[in-house]
Design a protein around this ligand. Structure first.
Ligand SMILES: [Zn+2]
Length: 330
């Protein structure tokens, strides 16, 4: 009887695969963009526009992607300054209106995630942490998602002033160490180097899973870490590099696509229900951190919290957008 059932199941599976074989979904750039649009929905509309509709590297983006982080004129403060906010029980926003920086508190100090442009380090990170009642001298680790100036220019100061350990992908360390000493924010000394196998950073009661997700830069790192919302544990998937501002080559899109799929699988295993980014345009951080200050009923979710399926849709979108670009080049 059991064998009979197995036989029937096998026949059904075979027939199903024949049906599928007769009408294969054609994988074209257009169909992938359609699928990505569907996956993005209203949750990731901004990111979809940026990487599927108008990728940065369509026209001359290779040159922009290769550009070193050069000195910038400091923009007028009202355009970027954001107040610091407590967002989860153990996670504090110390970013600007445009770029995110987060302080993850543990029983043994602070893990700081991304560090902004040099002009924002003192007012946002150092002063912001103090305003929130935390002590910047307790910053033990600084995780750099990738070596572009908008995320890494605070690393040298936090390392030299507070003795924080700087964590960066191997390839991004190499490019960082080639900068002149006069680079904005200075140059950190080589510290914790993360290879393609990733690592786990543990401080006190909290661990961050660091996953190598090359693509945006060769050493881009993404993170999975726990936060608490009024005591309830939630897992965050932090995407370390989003835009296609790398040289426009098929293999770069393949690398990006594979990293998205790899991180999607890790996020699913960890049960992540939040997607965060290091640019506020991609995760609406500046809106969400302020909405998080409002009173909530017991039935209302945290403004950052979605569900596992919505988190997966982010990665379906980002992988499909990259694959659409790769295929369009063939
Ligand atoms: Zn970047």
């Amino acid at each position: 009887m059991k064998g009979c059932l197995l036989l029937v199941a096998g026949l059904v599976a075979a027939m199903t695969s024949i049906v599928h074989a007769q009408a294969p979904a054609s994988v074209t750039p257009e169909n992938l963009v359609k699928a990505a649009k569907h996956a993005a929905g209203v949750d990731y509309a901004g990111t979809f526009l940026r990487i599927c509709v108008a990728p940065d590297n369509l026209d001359g983006g290779a040159a922009r992607g290769a550009a070193p982080p050069v000195a910038r004129n400091v923009p007028e403060r009202s355009l970027w300054y954001a107040k610091p906010y407590k967002v989860f029980d153990n996670l504090y926003f110390v970013g600007t209106k445009i770029h995110s920086s987060w302080a993850l508190t543990t029983t043994a100090g602070i893990i700081l995630i991304d560090t902004l442009f040099d002009y924002a380090i003192e007012p946002e990170i150092v002063d912001g942490v103090k305003t929130l009642g935390l002590d910047p001298r307790r910053i033990k680790y600084v995780l750099i998602s990738h070596a572009h100036g908008d995320h890494d220019q605070g690393a040298a100061l936090l390392q030299s002033r507070y003795g924080a350990k700087i964590v960066m992908g191997a390839a991004d360390w190499d490019s960082t160490l080639q900068r002149p000493a006069s680079a904005p924010g200075g140059v950190p000394k080589r510290d914790v180097v993360v290879g393609s196998e990733g690592t786990r950073i543990t401080l006190g009661d909290t661990s961050v899973d660091v996953i190598a997700t090359p693509g945006h830069t060769p050493g881009t790192l993404s993170y999975l870490f726990p936060v608490k919302d009024k005591g309830r544990p939630i897992v965050v998937a932090y995407a370390g590099g989003t835009a296609f501002n790398f040289p426009r080559r098929a293999e770069n899109f393949a690398t990006y696509r594979d990293s998205q799929r790899k991180f999607a699988a890790a996020a699913a295993t960890a049960g992540a229900t939040v997607v965060m980014s290091n640019h506020t345009e991609f995760d609406r951080a500046y809106d969400r951190v302020r909405i998080a200050q409002l009173p909530r009923s017991a039935a209302e979710k945290h403004p950052y919290e979605t569900d596992a399926a919505t988190v997966q849709r982010y990665f379906d979108m980002s992988a499909d957008c990259a694959e659409a670009q790769r295929l369009s080049m063939q």
